[in-house]
Design a protein around this ligand. Sequence first.
Ligand SMILES: [Zn+2]
Length: 312
Amino acid sequence: MLPFKLVYHERYDLNLGPHVFPSQKFRLIAEQLLCEGIAAATDFLRPHQASDEDILRVHTPEWVRKLKTGTLTASEVMKLEVPYSPELVEAVWLAAGGTILAGQSALRDGFGANLSGGFHHAYPNHGEGFCAVHDVGVAIRRLQADGAIRKAIVVDTDVHHGNGTAAIFRDDPSVFTISIHQENNYPADKPPSSIDLNMMDRADDDEYLGALIPAVHRALHEFQPDIAFYVGGADPFCEDQLGGLSLTKKGLLERDRKVFEEARRRGVPVATTLAGGYARNVEDTVRIHMNTILAARDIALAFPSANAATKR
Ligand SMILES: [Zn+2]
């Protein structure tokens, strides 16, 4: 049994058919966590779809209407880079509901994990790069509207820059955004995050961790957020088809552990989401995402009470 909840729904699948995005990964991760005895059935929470009111705190009424009525233009679908379907819309509304639930769980338990989400390329008025709705943005705005948090930090470790996140929170002093990504990669337009860590092609574990961990350390210390949202991309992996960094599975596990330890030591709850992962073998992507859950478990057990940890 895990010391925190996993948020999962069988309709997380984005209904993409043959596509570089392995949308069956959500189901494979949930099944494998159960199969290996890492999680029990009682560790899972089932999300509801986010309400339209929740989605509209981030997205424009026009974009929400187009998604719900299937009236995207051809160029909007091209930019989204996934085929439109009602199932896709249901899945992204569920993913947003799931990230809200993971955030609420994290505030209660110290950690909360959505086994979907991290759709960090979605902008308020359009979708991009497989991302139609910005689940992390929706969750932060919902927790703020509920009065559950004031300040949030987003730590985005997907190999691609968190352009949607940066655009949404650019003028919002209550949200601090960190993106570590390959500089020479999608998206071409990278609006500034609070901190952008631009990695060179083929950067390895040491270069990556040497940039990320001090930045997370400093940001947590100076910004003192009430919650951290972790966008845990599997695509910095050396064998990723859409990434050009050289991280190993061991390095990625170390990344997750060190970020979580930095947060936990300061008593900052962490809500995790998946984001991208396009390894040649889907098993690698599944394993890297599972390792994020194992890292959270290990840090939760090593530092039993978030609030009892020494704040530095
Ligand atoms: Zn990515």
